[in-house]
Write a protein that binds this ligand. Structure first.
Ligand code: SD4
Length: 295
């Protein structure tokens, strides 16, 4: 018998996000609504420096946001390089539901958001501005593992009907180039699911996740019979292999979470320090440490 409903999301802030999602799932609500409402908690938290308001800016001082959402019928919506909108995940959902497209970027995404009634606001908090000014003094772009690429929220949920949905939202890598887009708004990289099989989502250095079609690969491996943890592990190992002689290797961190149709779940990362939150009716809402390849 499959475990459902269930929700899993990345990092410590997965706990409050799951709590919000659980309010919907436990009442028989849809996984799609649960993941949207869940990740909005992280977007709204100014203390989180990798999502929404309070996110660290690019190297020119702009906070630019990436997000995507996907439902059990493989509908998806995405925004990338979006500025001044606090809840990109909800704009991504509108792209999915109200446009003939999957992805809108930059000015176009902003224009669409405004048409849909979203308000423009400054997302650069005094605290992030200060961190940026400090960074400017060295202007050194060498991401710090588990710190500067930490805290993207990715969430996967299965509702009482047994349907899967997922969401992913981020301000991306701190001090990135203007216009840089990571894995998080890219279906197949930052997030992927197939309602027949399961879902997967990523956190970490987006470039490496895009190069390897990370989340899509995890789902494909589950289709071939791997457990969620085995599938995440195999993709992490492949990413490591592909980056052996790559300049990114020195600071590379990637982590995946995955869930299958039976409600089995797991996570795995390249380096230690990655955790995720899981909530179901059996054990409640809790944090678990992911297994890892290197220490
Ligand atoms: C990115 N994957 O833009 C994101 C960053 C991230 O936890 O995951 N942070 O590359």
């Amino acid at each position: 018998e499959a475990v459902k409903p269930i929700v899993i999301s990345t990092w410590n802030h997965g706990l409050p996000a799951n709590e919000e999602a659980w309010k919907i799932l436990s009442k028989g609500g849809k996984a799609l609504d649960a993941v949207e409402q869940g990740v909005r908690t992280a977007e709204a938290d100014p203390a989180n420096h990798t999502v929404g308001i309070g996110g660290f800016p690019d190297r020119e001082g702009n906070v630019t946001l990436d997000a995507c959402i996907m439902d059990y019928q493989s509908n998806c919506g995405s925004v990338a390089f979006l500025q001044n909108i606090k809840h990109p995940i909800s704009v991504a959902r509108k792209v999915m539901e109200k446009t003939p497209h999957v992805m809108l970027t930059g000015e176009g995404a902003l224009q669409f958001a405004i048409q849909q009634g979203f308000k423009e606001e400054n997302l650069l908090t005094p605290e992030s501005k200060k961190a940026y000014e400090e960074w400017l003094q060295q202007s050194d772009y060498t991401p710090v593992v588990n710190i500067e690429n930490h805290d993207t929220i990715s969430m996967l949920a299965i509702d009482q009907e047994g349907n899967i949905s997922g969401a992913c939202t981020t301000s991306g890598a701190a001090w990135k180039m203007y216009g840089r887009v990571g894995d998080s708004p890219i279906i197949g990289a930052g997030l992927f699911l197939d309602n027949e099989v399961g879902g997967a989502a990523a956190t970490g250095l987006g470039e490496a996740i895009i190069r390897t079609a990370g989340s899509a690969m995890v789902v494909e491996l589950m289709r071939q019979g791997k457990s969620p943890v085995q599938a995440c592990k195999e993709v992490v190992e492949r990413i490591r292999e592909k980056h052996k002689n790559h300049k990114d290797m020195e600071y590379l961190q990637v982590g995946f979470i995955a869930i299958n149709k039976q409600g089995e779940y797991g996570g795995y990362s390249l380096r230690s320090g990655f955790n995720y939150a899981v909530c179901d009716s059996k054990k409640g809402n809790r944090l678990e440490d992911a297994g890892f390849k290197l220490s």
